[in-house]
Every structure is written in C-alpha cells, then in structure tokens.
Design a protein. Sequence first.
Length: 107
Amino acid sequence: MEVAFTPRPKTIEEKIVQELGEEFIAIGYCESSLRQFEEDGTVLISKTSDKGVLQINQIHWDDADAMGIDLDTIDGNIAYAKFLKQRSGTDPWYMSEHCWKPIVAMQ
C-alpha cells in the first residue's frame, strides 16, 4: 500500500501557497510584506485595523474568534484568509489590488 506524503511547509510563503495558492504570495507581500509580526514580536496590525500576514480586517475578528481561529498566529491568519477566499475570492483584498494584480498577471 502506497501512502501519500505531503511535506509540511516550513516558511510563510510555503504555507500560503499550500493553503491559498500562488496569487496569495503577491497579496501577502502587498498587504504586509509577508510579515505576521512586528520586530518586537507583537502581531502586525495596520492603521486601518488589519491583522497579520494577510491583513484580516477588524470586521472579521469576532467571526474568526467564534470559529476558533486565532488570527494572531500565522496558521490562524492563513486559515481565516482561506475561509474568506472560499466565500468571496480575492474581494476582501481589493484595497491592495493595484499592488498585487500586476504581480499575479506576471505569474
């Protein structure tokens, strides 16, 4: 019997590609420079109340919490982004589309 083996991702980029696809590398780069944390170790939160590597907006924080997803972790931030992608495609990241759309077009 052959068992399929999927290697565990080691970097944020690998995790994003595995869970969301290549285009979300560009989205993450434009949203947060692919950073989940500030230099002091606190979670990256923008001036517009977007959190983490994929900059999940504050309007979603309670929903994520109710789903048991911790946006303060890389895995949680990616998991909730996956939920948003399944529900709305890339629409939640429309504000940075001017940055990531050209990158995606070159892929």
